[in-house]
Structures are given as C-alpha cells and as structure tokens.
Design a protein around this ligand. Sequence first.
Ligand SMILES: [Zn+2]
Ligand SMILES: [Zn+2]
Length: 328
Amino acid sequence: MADIISRKEWGAAKATGSYTRVSSTRGVKVHYTGGPVPARIVDDHSVCVQLVRDVQRMHMSGGRETRYVDIGYSLVACPHRKVFMGRGPGHLVAANGPGLNAGHYAVLALVGSSGFTTPNEGVKHAVRDAIEYLRKEGRAGVEIKGHRDGYATACPGGPLYAWVKAGAPRPSGGGSSASPSSTPADLAKLLPMLKLGATDWHVKTVRGLLHARGYVPADLLSTEFDAALKTLVRLFQGAEGLDADGIVGALTWRELIGALPELAANDEAWAVKTLRGLLFARGYDPGALWSTSFDAALRAVVIAYQRAEGLAPDGIVGPKTWRRLLRL
Ligand SMILES: [Zn+2]
Ligand SMILES: [Zn+2]
C-alpha cells in the first residue's frame, strides 16, 4: 500500500490547465532530480517536501523551457517510503521527453546527482509502491524503465538506474527509517572534489580542517580555492603520505576529517580539533582551534549551533551533528 501524501498535504500549487487523459501506459519511467539532494534528506522529511515544491515551481515557471501546467511527474517517491501525488494516474506526464510521455508514467525518486545519490531502502520501496499504485489506478503496464531509455539524458543517475535495470527489486527490509551511514570514509565520498579555482562553501570546510591540523590558511573564511590554499593542501597531503596534487578528493577529505567519534563535555580527543575547525567554518567561535579538550565553552558553542540548526541541543556531538557540520 502506497503511503500517499496528497497535493493539499504537500502544499501543491493548483494546476494552471487541464491534463490530457491517458487510459493506459506501457509502464513507468523512473527519474532522479538531476541536481543536488542533500544527504541529510534521509534524516529530515521536511527536505523532501521542500524539494517537491521546488520541482513543481521550476516546472511551472518554465525551467524546462516551456511552462508546464503542473509538476511534470505522475508521482514522487521519497527516502521515507512516502509517495507524493503529482499529476496522478490517468494523466499525461511532461517528464519523459517529446513523444515519450504517452507511453509511460513518470515517477521521480528524490535521489540527486550529488549528495544523496544512492537510493536507500525507503526510496526503493516508495518507487515500487508508486509503480503498483499506477498499475492499479492508472492501468500502467509491466515495463519499468529509466528516463535514459530512449532519451539522451543521465537521468536517473548511475546507482538508481542500475537498480531499475535489475528490475527494481523490493529491498528485503522495511525501509521506513533508514539510518544514514556516517563513517568518515562514506562522508568523504559525499563531499565535492575541490581544486584550484573552485568556489564552494566546502572550501571553508577545508580551511577550517587544515587549520585544526596545524596548517594555517591566510583567510579562514574564504570560499575561494586559491593558489595559497593549494600550497597548503599539498603540504598536508605530502605529510600524510598522499599524492601531493593539491586536489581535495575523497582520500584527502578522509584524512582531513579523520575519525568522528561521539564527543561530549570533558572529552579529550583529537577529533575535538575537527569539531572546532568545522564550527569555525560555520561562523561560530569555538576558541582555540588546535585544542583537543572539549571544555565548557565549547559545549556552549555546540549547543548554540544545534539550536540554530534545529538539532536536539544536548551538547553531544553524534552522527547527526557531525553530518550537519559537514553540510551533508
Ligand atoms: Zn528524468
Ligand atoms: Zn521524505
């Protein structure tokens, strides 16, 4: 049974015209957003709601060249195993490409081209739930395809497409409350590759973490990856036995982040420096960036940060706070 979120519930704008009816289709095509989806979406369903509204607004304002009367998709599947009502069954979509809309319904999975790129169990279940709903209510045929089948596009992205090609099998677990992976190696893979010339919020993250490691950038809050930063990155890489190419990829991120244990007041840990560097990059004053002591002043800063970010303000730095600090 699909857990449907009605248009009223997600705050959909009213369609500006009537839909073209379709009595049946050959099946369903699966899509992804084609843009960034923050990895923290798995912890926060309100991110899903906002994304669906954004997609509708983009489609209706002409972001796909012509103004659509509504969101282009039949249904939207989210990582919390919920299904947002889009155009719904029995209505022509506007997402598969010219001439390809009558053949298949369109289901958007809230998976992106960066950030949350690998579908979790919740979103796989939700896509299956959406397909079954369209078969039952909209006479969808048995085909399950990706947007790229028959149209030149990267959609629905490598990991989701691989699952579609495998027949979109249901996962074995329930998938209603998937917990994010928070190992440093996994987080490092979610962070963008940065090199000379890049402008990115995460350049500040690099600067803060380098400072915490004893490499002091001239400007800690700049989001520009300049030549001076490249020099520092190369020094860091050389000292860590990495290829000193000055490019911050997954391996360098992994070393910069280090271990991310749960931290609380009075802890003495190397990761406290990581925490201080990240808080600084987020605009907070964590005191001495190189101190490994989780003192009372730092706890107060952590609580202020958690409160501002809508996290439980317990002063304990666990997986959710780490991920938020890394903006993942
Ligand atoms: Zn697509
Ligand atoms: Zn959701």
